[in-house]
Design a protein around this ligand. Structure first.
Ligand SMILES: N[C@@H]1[C@@H](O)[C@H](O)[C@@H](COP(=O)(O)O)O[C@@H]1O
Length: 244
C-alpha cells in the first residue's frame, strides 16, 4: 500500500478525484465502486467539476455501490442509494444503465448478493474500489470479525456502527444488518483506495495501517494489498506511528 497525506480534506478529496479521473482516462469503461458516508462528498464534488469542465468523460464507465443498510428505503435520506444519487448521479444525469446498487429491500438478500457478485465477475472485476473507514475499522459494512475472503454478503452490524450510523439520519433509526461488497472484492480490485479525514479517524487509521493484520480490524487487510492507495488528510494521519 502507498500512503499519501494531504494538508486538508479538500486537498485529499481532490487527490481522490484525480485518481478517478486518471482511471477513466486510462480505461473509459472502468467499473468503479463508490462508498457513501461523509468521507467521499468532497471527492464526488471534484469528479463532478472535472466532468462539467470536460476533463473526463463518464459515458462508458459503470458505477457500483459499496453497501447499504438492510431494509432501508431508497427514499430515506440516510440510505446509501439516496446519498449517491443526490451527491453524484443526479448532478451529472448519469444513466441508470450505468449504475448498480444493492437493493436492500430484496425478498431474497442472498440472491441479491449473488446478483452483485455475478455482475462484478462478468465485468472482469472492479477496476477501482474506493472505501471509507468506520470508527471500528470496518470497510463498507465488513464489520470486525468478517473473514477477508468473502465476496458480497450480509452482515450483522457492530454496536459502534449502529451508534455512529445515526449521523446519517434525521430521526433515530433502527439499524441491524448491512449488505456489502466483501473484502475479497477489495483484494481483487485493480486499485483499492481508502480515503479518511479528520482527527476522529486518527486512532483507527494507525491501528489499521500499523497494527497487526487481523479480521478484528477489517481495514488492516490494506497492509496486504500492494496496489492499495491510502489518501489521508493531516488530521487522520496525526497518530500514524510510521508510514508503513
Ligand atoms: N457504511 C458506511 C461505509 O460505507 C463508510 O465508508 C464508513 C465511513 O463513513 P464516514 O465516511 O461517514 O465516516 O462507514 C459507514 O458506516
Amino acid at each position: 500500500m502507498k500512503i499519501s497525506i494531504y494538508n486538508n480534506y479538500d486537498k485529499m478529496s481532490r487527490a481522490a478525484a484525480d485518481l478517478v479521473a486518471e482511471q477513466l482516462v486510462n480505461k473509459p469503461d472502468s467499473l468503479i465502486c463508490f462508498p457513501s458516508g461523509e468521507s467521499p462528498t468532497g471527492m464526488l464534488q471534484h469528479v463532478i467539476s472535472y466532468a462539467n469542465a470536460g476533463k473526463i468523460k463518464l459515458d462508458k464507465c459503470h458505477f457500483i455501490g459499496l453497501d447499504e443498510w438492510v431494509g432501508m428505503d431508497e427514499t430515506n435520506e440516510g440510505s446509501c442509494k439516496h446519498y449517491l444519487y443526490t451527491n453524484f448521479f443526479n448532478k451529472l444525469n448519469i444513466n441508470d444503465s450505468q449504475i448498480t446498487l444493492f437493493n436492500a429491500k430484496a425478498d431474497d438478500l442472498k440472491a441479491e448478493c449473488e446478483r452483485i457478485n455475478n455482475f462484478i465477475a462478468k465485468k472482469g472485476g472492479l477496476d477501482m474500489m474506493i472505501v471509507g473507514i468506520g470508527m471500528n475499522g470496518h470497510l463498507g459494512l465488513n464489520e470486525p470479525g468478517t473473514p477477508f475472503n468473502l465476496y458480497a454478503h450480509l452482515s450483522e452490524l457492530d454496536p459502534v456502527t449502529v451508534t455512529v450510523g445515526q449521523k446519517y439520519f434525521k430521526q433515530e433509526t433502527r439499524l441491524t444488518q448491512g449488505i456489502t461488497l466483501g473484502l475479497q472484492h477489495l483484494t481483487e480490485a485493480k486499485i483499492p483506495v481508502l480515503i479518511a479525514s479528520g482527527s476522529k479517524k486518527a486512532s483507527i487509521i494507525n491501528e489499521a495501517l500499523n497494527g497487526q493484520i487481523s479480521t478484528d480490524v477489517p481495514a488492516s487487510i490494506l497492509q496486504n494489498l500492494p496496489a492499495a492507495r491510502i489518501l489521508l488528510d493531516e488530521d487522520a494521519a496525526s497518530e500514524l506511528e510510521h508510514l508503513a
